[in-house]
Design a binder for this molecule. Structure first.
Ligand code: CAA
Length: 258
């Protein structure tokens, strides 16, 4: 499929890289870009050769938010009818792990896209924030919810109410990103992580991701039960038998994804 605003490449090591590609507007996310991103992620999710996905931008910007110019004149009814942020929910449904490789601006929708990913590798230059308050609105694609869960109430309030950007180091301290790397290496690090995950047994990866995400929308009791059932379910897989046999035989396991 030909895309206008994203670039998709597949690595023989079993992962794909999706690059947001509107550099002239700091990768501002318009409706078409998000349509393409969701279509690409869903295609990769059902691609047997791919086991992990990296989403990135460029050194200057992961994404500077939703496209302000596209929505500035819209009425509330038009926004409701477009319901453009509903499309973002489909990213949450992607079963394969998604690593965000973030450099430069990750603002508004860019920060929200980053938080929808499962693991985040940032460059030292990353500047992260929810600046919607400065243009008369508020986060609309998960910012008030995911940010609050990630960093807690008081820090989320500060970011959302002042629109102030935080540095990569602050984001690291606050648990919003996994690792901060020099700008020359952040993408390579994200790819190495994706390659590592791509080498793990795919069914266990899928159910482990599902189980961690469950923690965000269930009680501890419901979550523990969900986890336990997924754990037991993996004993129906050939990979569980192979993994435990390989351990006792002191050799590397050969995964089949079955
Ligand atoms: N939408 C549309 N265009 C954008 C954009 C956005 N979110 N962010 C940047 N651009 C455009 C600029 O208009 C500019 O285009 P022109 O050259 O045609 O004027 C180009 O990208 C480069 O931007 P700047 O000249 O502003 O670059 P800078 O280095 O001086 O500043 C910046 C960088 C601080 C990120 C600044 O561009 C900025 O504040 N951008 C907007 C950030 C923002 O408010 N994001 C939230 C959007 S709303 C949202 O995301 C809602 C939601 O919850 C989903």
């Amino acid at each position: 499929m030909d895309y206008q605003f994203i670039l998709v490449s597949k690595d023989p090591a079993g992962f794909a890289v999706v690059q947001l590609n509107r550099p002239e507007v700091l990768n501002a996310i318009n409706i078409k870009l998000m349509e393409e991103l969701v279509a690409a992620l869903e295609a990769l999710d059902s691609d047997q050769d791919i086991r992990c996905i990296v989403i990135t931008g460029n050194e200057k910007a992961f994404a500077a938010g939703a496209d302000i110019k596209e929505m500035s004149d819209a009425s509330a009814v038009e926004m409701l009818q477009r319901d453009q942020f509903a499309r973002w929910d489909r990213i949450r449904k992607v079963k394969k792990p998604i690593v965000a490789a973030v450099s430069g601006f990750a603002l508004g929708g860019g920060c929200e896209l980053m938080m929808t990913c499962d693991i985040v590798i940032a460059s030292e230059t990353a500047r992260i924030g929810q600046p919607e308050i400065n243009i008369g609105v508020m986060p609309g694609a998960g910012g008030t919810q995911r940010l609050t869960r990630a960093v807690g109430k008081v820090k989320a309030m500060e970011m959302v109410l002042t629109g102030t950007m935080i540095t990569a180091q602050e984001a690291l301290q606050w648990g919003l990103v996994n690792k901060v790397m020099p700008v020359e290496f952040y993408l390579e690090e994200a790819k190495a992580l994706a390659k590592n995950i791509a080498q793990k047994p795919p069914l266990a990866v899928r159910l482990a991701k599902e189980s961690v995400l469950k923690a965000f929308d269930t009680t501890i009791e419901g979550g523990l039960e969900f986890e336990r059932k997924n754990f037991y379910l993996l004993f129906a897989s050939e990979d569980q038998k192979e993994g435990m046999k390989a351990f006792t035989e002191k050799r590397n396991a050969q995964w089949k994804g079955k």
